[in-house]
Design a protein. Sequence first.
Length: 296
Amino acid sequence: MTPVVDGHHHIWRQADLPWLMGPMQPRIFGPYEPIRRDYPISEYRADLEGSGVVKSVYVQTNWPPERYEDEAAWVQRTADATGWPHAIVAYADFAAPEVRPQLDRLARYPLVRGARMQLHWHENPQFRFAARRDLIADPAIRRNVGRLADYGLSFDLQVFAPQMADAADLAESCPKVTFVLQHAGMLEDLTPAGRAEWRAGMVRLSACGNVVSKLSGLGTFLHRNDPAHVAGIVRETVGIFGARRCLFGSNFPIEKLWTSYAALIEAYRDALAALPAKGQQAVLHDTAMSVYRIAP
């Protein structure tokens, strides 16, 4: 069995997340009452038992923005105490006049390997996160994302298909930064026109050699684990980017709303079964190990 690196998961404490603590708010992944609670690393490890996962990457979970360092520090302490996770993608405000002071603080934590500020915008307010659609093209964003190169950090890029041209421009303007495209480009419009727009955007992004695609969160808009849907997205994304520029991520515990870790990893393994062994190894292990600089 090919060893797996989970390139995208979350652990959290309810008390630290306003969207869990406050009134139920519409979320992109639908009703979330079952996960309005602590999700500790012990439960995550129990969820992945028997799946072949050997390493994992924590991706920020939207603590209050001013507590960005507290989040990184808490995850670092968790890793120091338990050995998991093995890398951290922290939050930083790239719309700030100058992001360096934030990156200087994050650099204190040995497992920080990248940063994410969610830039996705959609006409549907439930799918919207960024303040405006073109925030990704803002000069401050471009300037600050480029700063990551000085710290050896990657940028986890989250956009919808209509934003992909601007996302490619951003990647081209920061050639020394590795961009990790979240959730294989977040295909939510499954009409022929929507799929065509997504595919064209993915091809545009793949032309940027510093962009890799994360195969994660594919149940986000279906609210279920659909192996046929997973297989279709995986097949097209790997066909566009190549296996060496793709990596797996579970997006747990969000996907736990509708599936088990065992069923999820089975869907991905089945989707990748037609690839040569080296291709499967790249998607499930090698790319994430390289992009997030995880120690063997």
